[in-house]
Design a protein around this ligand. Structure first.
Ligand code: HEM
Length: 310
């Protein structure tokens, strides 16, 4: 029971923290000019709501981790156990700082939402704080197995892995909403065209980083091809890679089939581009759900004994 609760809390926290980072990185690369006021307003609303979800899921992860350490479901609400884990474990100390950072981000998000205009000068700060909250997850879990230089390399690589997951998977969330708005209005603005092309450039960098850092993670935690094939951990990781393959296939279809067709549709027949953007929206939602399935696999992997040395 505690284990299921821990996996669920981990999944919700991974999903919320990657979406928060994705929402905050988005205006830094997606727009040629200033972010349109309407888009900025709903992005700031979603940023605030997601920041609250990050804090709530983070506190749940902490409570279930403490109960898991204490070995008793009652520890979920036992002040002594929770206090001891927060004070006396490296996980607890890092987690308290992470929850403080999440609370600070909520405060800033509420403040930014009250601002009349887009306030683009706040975007880099929000991206920095949301990025820090995401990357700090590399300070817990299986990266803590190695010591010395191996440990440093594993933490840095895992940090890059998390940031790339935030940029690509987290970025799919605002992209899906922008496509949905253009389908609802039936107008595919020049802006959407540019956003799609700039998103795919960011996607190339994120996917390359995910694969590179994923191999480094795999090197430390899987160890050999035989352990990849013959351990439950290895088989679940293979499942994760299959989901990743599905995301890549959708992304390639979007970039080299749907986006060019939508672009061509804009010049030929008005409603044709709306049809293509509806297809693109479905594909992007498909990518997003496959990505969340990847996060569910990761939420389970992080609670298992790594394959290496089994
Ligand atoms: C959409 C693509 C991907 C996403 C969203 C993703 C996301 C993640 C996340 C969030 C973690 C947990 C990091 C932590 O908490 O420290 C992780 C761990 C990991 N990822 Fe990925 N990843 C992706 C692709 C890959 C690829 C392509 C590989 C292999 C080439 C890979 C291999 C790993 C490994 C081995 C771990 C360590 C799991 C553990 O803690 O035991 N990932 N991934």
């Amino acid at each position: 029971m505690v284990e299921v609760g821990l996996i669920l809390a981990r999944f919700l926290h991974y999903a919320a923290t990657t979406v928060l980072a994705g929402l905050s990185f988005f205006p830094l690369y997606a727009y040629v000019d200033r972010e349109p006021e309407a888009l900025s307003r709903w992005r700031r609303k979603w940023f605030m709501a997601t920041a609250v979800a990050v804090l709530a899921s983070g506190l749940c992860w902490f409570a279930f981790a403490a109960a898991n350490m204490g070995g008793n479901i009652g520890d979920l609400v036992d002040a002594e156990t929770l206090g001891a884990v927060a004070r006396d474990t490296s996980f607890g100390i890092l987690w308290m700082w992470r929850m403080l950072l999440a609370a600070l981000i909520i405060g800033l998000a509420v403040w930014c939402l009250r601002l009349r205009s887009t306030a683009p000068h706040w975007n880099p700060m929000m991206a920095l704080l949301a990025g820090l909250l995401l990357v700090s997850l590399a300070g817990t879990g299986h990266t803590q197995i190695e010591e010395g230089w191996s440990g440093v390399i594993h933490v840095i690589s895992d940090g890059g892995h998390l940031l790339a997951a935030g940029a690509w998977l987290g970025g799919l969330f605002p992209l899906a909403i922008i496509l949905h708005r253009s389908v609802m209005t039936g107008v595919v603005s020049k802006n959407v065209d540019q956003i799609l092309l700039r998103f795919s450039v960011m996607g190339y960098v994120a996917v390359a980083t995910l694969i590179g850092s994923g191999f480094v993670n795999g090197w430390f935690l899987v160890g050999s091809f035989s352990e990849l094939l013959h351990t439950t951990y290895g088989q679940l990781l293979l499942g994760k890679l299959a989901l990743f393959g599905g995301m890549l296939a959708l992304a390639v279809a979007n970039r080299f089939w749907l986006v060019p067709a939508m672009h061509k549709g804009q010049t030929d027949v008005v409603d044709e581009s709306a049809t293509w953007s509806a297809r693109l929206r479905t594909h992007v939602l498909g990518e997003l759900f496959l990505g969340w399935a990847v996060l569910l696999a990761v939420s389970i992997l992080g609670t298992m004994q790594p394959a290496a040395g089994q």
